[in-house]
Design a protein around this ligand. Structure first.
Ligand code: ADP
Length: 303
């Protein structure tokens, strides 16, 4: 089991009499891409604000990097966040904007600016001013700022809001790279649940400040009965390809004309390619089961 990066216990937040976080228990492990899912006003941003010290909790506890805490002073550099839009100077370039913040943070090595810009694909923006940036570039600069201190944990509130499909797809690749190549743990919120499903390995569903469920992707897939359905007349040969070529044993054959594949390690696209390359005729291939959005709606409805 990976180490705990964040643990909250009965975390609560009130604004006046209004309870906006009600005894939230959540655990984030090192290497997670942890998705916060809830309607508007559910409390996602408040969780992020409390954890990052932008808001003060009203009750309960939270611990960051509990296994590595040196004395009582937690090293804030381990945390990078994008919550709301950072204030960037319109008439400055990406580099100049990050330089401004680097000075404030006491970062003297300008390589850290170059690295953050490179990680977010902004290293070739040259003399282009912030005022001429697309929304995607602005979001990327916000994340580059969050990355300046080489954080271990990145907290991103709605980072793909308003992006076009290509911007969203680029961002998806970036998150996966930051997570898998640099080992950065990510907590992220979004209303685009298909995206969250594509990147996250654990999910927290929250409604009216209360946790409805915390669940891993594997558990979610099981509950949603998610699988890839392959329609083929040659189920026997297809099964051989699954077992021998793809090392997949978690599947069921139905009526000799359909195979349901439950493996989490292959996409419908790759599966169809592998079957095609092995000369197996397919009349259809599709993903089946409840989507993350269906699941969330059911969770909210049953309350
Ligand atoms: P989400 O991010 O899930 O949309 P938020 O965490 O932003 O939800 O908000 C949760 C609730 O807290 C909402 O009802 C919101 O109106 C309330 N809230 C957030 N910030 C404040 C504040 N500064 N003062 C009073 N209420 C607030």
């Amino acid at each position: 089991m990976h180490e705990i990066v964040l643990k909250t216990n009965g975390l609560s937040k009130k604004y006046g009499r209004s309870v906006v976080l009600n005894e939230v228990d959540m655990t984030v492990y090192q290497g997670d891409i942890y998705a916060l899912i809830g309607k508007n006003g559910a409390g996602k941003t408040t969780i992020m604000r409390v954890i990052t010290g932008l808001s003060v909790k009203s009750g309960g506890f939270f611990e960051l990097f509990p296994n590595e805490r040196r004395s009582s002073s937690f090293d804030k550099k381990r945390l990078g966040c994008l919550i709301g839009g950072p204030a960037f100077f319109k008439n400055m370039t990406a580099y100049q904007n990050l330089k401004y913040y680097a000075i404030q943070k006491g970062i003297t090595d300008s390589k850290q600016i170059d690295t953050a810009l490179e990680l977010m694909g902004l290293n070739l923006t040259g003399r282009k001013k912030y005022s001429g940036f697309s929304l995607g570039m602005k979001q990327r600069l916000g994340i580059a700022l969050a990355l300046l201190d080489n954080p271990d944990l990145l907290i991103l509130d709605e980072p793909i809001n308003g992006l076009d499909p290509i911007g969203i797809s680029d961002m998806r690749d970036t998150f996966k790279r930051l997570n898998s190549e640099l080992g950065i743990t990510i907590i992220v919120s979004s209303h685009i649940l298909t995206e969250l499903y594509a990147i996250a390995n654990r999910f927290l569903f929250i409604d009216n400040g209360r946790v409805l469920k915390e669940i891993t992707k594997q558990e979610l897939d099981l509950e949603c009965k998610r699988c890839i359905v392959v329609k083929t007349n040659d189920t026997k040969s297809a099964a051989v390809v699954l077992e021998k070529e793809l090392d997949i044993s978690n599947y069921t054959v139905i009526n000799n004309c359909e195979i349901n594949v439950y493996s989490k390690n292959i996409s419908a696209e790759d599966l169809s390619k592998a079957l095609f390359e092995n000369g197996i005729g397919i009349s259809g291939i599709y993903e089946s089961g409840l989507s993350l959005e269906d699941y969330f709606k059911r969770l909210v409805e049953v309350r």
